[in-house]
Ligand binder design. Structure first.
Ligand SMILES: *[C@@H]1O[C@H](CO)[C@@H](O)[C@H](O)[C@H]1NC(C)=O
Length: 327
């Protein structure tokens, strides 16, 4: 992994007084891909429960599939540590729920993570702290950032602050340090994501966030994201929106665009049992149990697969036939 220093960032170092104007640029990283340009990765969400609720079994199968696919990195869609994120950088949950659970050799790769709402209930800054990387150098958690990997660009978006409810509910506390004033934070973030998507020349544009845009699960759609983020994804020909939040595995397609909505939130506690009705033309797959997702990207193809806790492939989808640029 290498940090790309954008010109704006250099400017930041040189002219401290313009920090406010340029600091908002999303940080960019580059992950090397395999010789030949292909890339494979796993996606896990809603997981940190000290191995309980099948977290360890999911981890075991991730290790096996990760080995077979020779994965390049892991993506975490957030809700990394239950119930309330980390207390601080020394919280033993970091080892109990991460380091000592995902022990397979194939999983000793970079983990690119965003924060979920449960992470914001604890010390959000602790998860973002570079100190954690010294404890386990796989850990790479940021609010919003860009990852370039071969012909794919991943845009990680901090979705928790979009959710109005978290700012009004009275029985929960959230760590909003660095997020307030909220309206400024959100408008800057949306602008940054839009600009970054427009700047991207990658064949495959993939956006990752914790919250659902479309889901038939218990949380359902996140209206704020439908209203504010979805139009930007559609305008910029994003192929995948990947999230967690609903504790299930799910694939919803769009009837009017190439965008696919993928939920990988089966990292530990699942089996909520309730699924809301959805248009059957769009609903490609829904599984209310534990598991994870895998992605494989080659020059002309993008394949996603969902695995259960036994390592069975439950659903597979290929994006090659759907690409506009392939026409
Ligand atoms: C663990 O996974 C199995 C197989 O899917 C399931 O039957 C069981 O209920 C799960 N256990 C928990 C605690 O979720």
């Amino acid at each position: 992994m290498a940090v790309i220093k954008s010109p704006a960032l250099h400017l930041l170092y040189m002219v401290a007084t313009v920090v406010v104007m340029v600091a908002a640029d999303l940080q960019q990283f580059k992950h090397p891909v395999k010789a030949g340009g292909s890339l494979s990765f796993l996606v896990i969400g809603d997981w940190g429960r000290r191995g309980l609720y099948n977290q360890s079994n999911v981890a075991y199968q991730m290790g096996k599939v990760g080995d077979q696919m020779d994965v390049d990195f892991i993506v975490s869609t957030g809700d990394n540590f239950y119930d309330s994120g980390l207390v601080d950088e020394d919280d033993p949950a970091f080892f109990d729920s991460f380091t000592n659970v995902y022990t397979a050799p194939s999983l000793q790769k970079q983990w690119y993570s965003v924060l979920g709402n449960h992470d914001y209930r604890g010390n959000a800054l602790a998860q973002l702290s570079p100190e954690l990387r010294q404890r386990d150098n796989r850990w790479h958690c940021m609010r919003s950032f860009i990852l370039h990997a071969g012909n794919a660009d991943f845009f990680f978006v901090d979705t928790t602050p979009f959710h109005e409810k978290y700012f009004t509910e009275e029985d929960q506390e959230y760590d909003w340090r660095g997020v307030l004033p909220r309206e400024d934070y959100l408008s800057q973030l949306l602008k940054d994501v839009d600009v970054a998507l427009k700047d991207s020349s990658a064949k495959w544009k993939i956006v990752v966030g914790h919250h659902t845009i479309h889901s038939a699960g218990v949380h359902g759609n996140t209206q704020e994201l439908v209203d504010k983020l979805l139009p930007i994804l559609l305008e910029n020909e994003v192929i995948l929106y990947i999230n967690g939040h609903d504790h299930c595995l799910e694939h919803i397609s769009s009837s009017n665009s190439q965008l696919q909505f993928l939920t990988s939130g089966g990292g530990s506690k699942a089996w909520r049992g309730d699924i809301n009705p959805w248009n059957l033309d769009e609903m490609k797959f829904y599984y209310d149990g534990q598991g994870f997702m895998a992605g494989e990207i080659t020059e002309n193809d993008l394949v996603v697969s969902f695995y259960d806790v036994f390592g069975n492939v439950l659903h597979k989808w290929s994006g090659s036939g759907n690409m506009r640029s392939a026409c």
